[in-house]
Design a protein around this ligand. Structure first.
Ligand code: GDP
Ligand code: IMO
Ligand code: MG
Length: 438
């Protein structure tokens, strides 16, 4: 019995949600676990033409016979979670998975969002309060679900944090030289009103706890129980390898550990028998700032954006698009110990001729096959490409690898050979049914 981790190999939005939703049923997993990130994630699942976008809910939530878990490594905005559950119930009724939330998970509080919106601009963050919430977790001053065990305890923590955060926000506003009009937009008087925060957050968490489909408790123990009773667990990464706080293109990263290490620290459970699948888009995209060597600024880039519908699931921002970069996939293989690749959005490449794949970076006279995570180095590289003839056919209806156009198969085989990891799943359309198991 093998558990499974599904991890983004590039800069996010590879199709992790789709692959999770697909494999959870096909491979008979009992639980789907988010182990890091927050509602900066936007994971899309399309079933029978109906689109579902998840931010905090694990992408197994549409399967009523499963349990979805939010691990301690996830940061939770209870307002967003409540809305996501409400919207889901409106769409599918109560026919969705149960939800189990770690009592150790930290909450995104209003002051975190304010701080992100003042300071997150130069990274191009999602503005959801992610960086400040993780900062405070590490600084040992976060607010967790534990703090909601007792109202007095919760009120005390909010009061302490508000005093500190009001000072910090004033300092930030002055040092970032924010004009008055923009300060007014932050509506600080309302947003940072003590009584409002206490009432609102207490009620939100109480409602979550009172929901019969939700439980708050110890995630490590729950997962251990599933493991003991031979129930398979799927770990769904959010963000991706190059957005990892330690291994990504720092400082243009998120503030959590999307790579494999996050599974252990973000759940309190060590899966002994684990398969790791890296999700890779057949080209590359990035949202936000930071170097991107294979980025395209021409018609091909526009075509990828248009055909691939490359607009952020969370913020709606247009995604930057470029060629596939194998130095990145190789890097992701090493960091996550990939056993397989799920190659997504292959259909988007139909009609592009020729296709290019980055196989190395040229620095001076030297060719380097390794990715360069230092952003200074990365911004200076010249990319070495290999060209491939494209294919014209629409491949969305193909269900067998052998039935793909020959040039398409050559493109996939080259990736497999060069990265040294088998492509186990191909996704050739947004819908759950549009895939090929290799
Ligand atoms: P995630 O954050 O990794 O879960 O990915 P997102 O959901 O943010 O972005 C992936 C987008 O591509 C979504 O709009 C999906 O519906 C869509 N998608 C996923 N797989 C495919 C595919 O194979 N082909 C096409 N055309 N779209 C896909
Ligand atoms: P999924 O799970 C793509 C990017 C932001 C920004 C940087 C830091 O859908 O793949 P943050 O708000 O996390 O502090 O922003 O990280 N980013 C993502 N890009 N997909 C995501 O999630 C992302 N989550 C964060 O655009 O550049
Ligand atoms: Mg996404």
């Amino acid at each position: 019995m093998k558990h499974l981790a599904i991890i983004g190999t590039q800069w996010g939005d590879e199709g992790k949600g789709k692959i999770t939703d697909l494999l959870v049923e096909k491979e008979g997993f009992k639980a789907v676990v988010r182990y890091q990130g927050g509602n900066n994630a936007g994971h899309t699942v399309v079933v029978g033409g109906k689109k579902h976008a998840f931010h905090l809910l694990p992408s197994g939530i549409l399967h009523s016979n499963k349990v979805c878990v939010i691990g301690n490594g996830v940061i939770v905005n209870p307002e967003v979670l409540a809305k996501e559950i409400k919207d889901l119930t409106l769409r599918v009724g109560k026919k969705h998975a149960q939800l189990f939330i770690s009592e150790k998970a930290h909450l995104i509080m209003p002051w975190h969002i304010v701080r992100d919106n003042i300071g997150g601009g130069k990274i191009g963050t999602t503005g959801r309060g992610i960086g400040p919430t993780y900062t405070e977790a590490i600084a040992r001053r976060g607010i967790r679900f534990y703090d909601f065990k007792d109202k007095k305890r919760f009120i005390k923590r909010v009061k302490e944090e508000l005093v500190w955060n009001k000072k910090l926000i004033k300092l930030m506003l002055d040092s970032y030289d924010i004009p008055k009009a923009n300060r007014d937009k932050l509506k600080l008087r309302t947003v940072l009103n003590e009584q409002r925060i206490i009432n609102r957050y207490w009620l939100l968490v109480k409602k979550l706890k009172d929901n019969p489909l939700i439980e708050v408790g110890d995630v490590g123990l729950l997962l251990d129980k599933y493991d003991q009773s031979k129930n398979k667990i799927l770990f769904e990464g959010a963000q991706a390898t190059l957005l990892d706080i330690a291994h990504g293109t720092y400082p243009f990263v998120t503030s959590s550990s999307p790579t494999l290490g996050g599974v252990y620290t973000g759940t309190g459970f060590r899966p002994r028998d684990l398969e790791v699948i890296g999700v890779a888009k057949a080209y590359t995209t990035r949202v936000g700032e930071g170097p991107f060597p294979t980025e395209l600024f021409d018609k091909v880039g526009d075509q990828l954006r248009r055909v691939g519908n490359e607009f952020g699931t969370t913020t709606g921002r247009p995604r930057r698009c470029g060629w596939l970069d194998l130095t990145i996939l190789h890097y992701a293989k090493v960091i996550n110990g990939l056993d397989g690749i799920a190659l997504t959005k292959l259909d988007v490449l139909s009609g592009i001729n020729p296709l290019k794949i980055a196989i190395a970076y040229q620095i001076g006279s030297k060719k380097n096959k390794n990715f360069l995570p230092d952003t200074e180095d990365l911004s200076k590289v010249k990319v070495v490409y290999k060209e491939f003839p494209g294919w014209e056919e629409n491949i969305c209806n193909v269900r067998k690898f052998s039935e793909l156009p020959i040039n398409c198969r050559k493109y996939v085989n080259f990736i497999e050979l060069e990265v040294g990891v088998p492509v186990k799943v191909i996704s050739n359309g947004p819908d759950r049914k549009e895939h090929i198991l290799k």
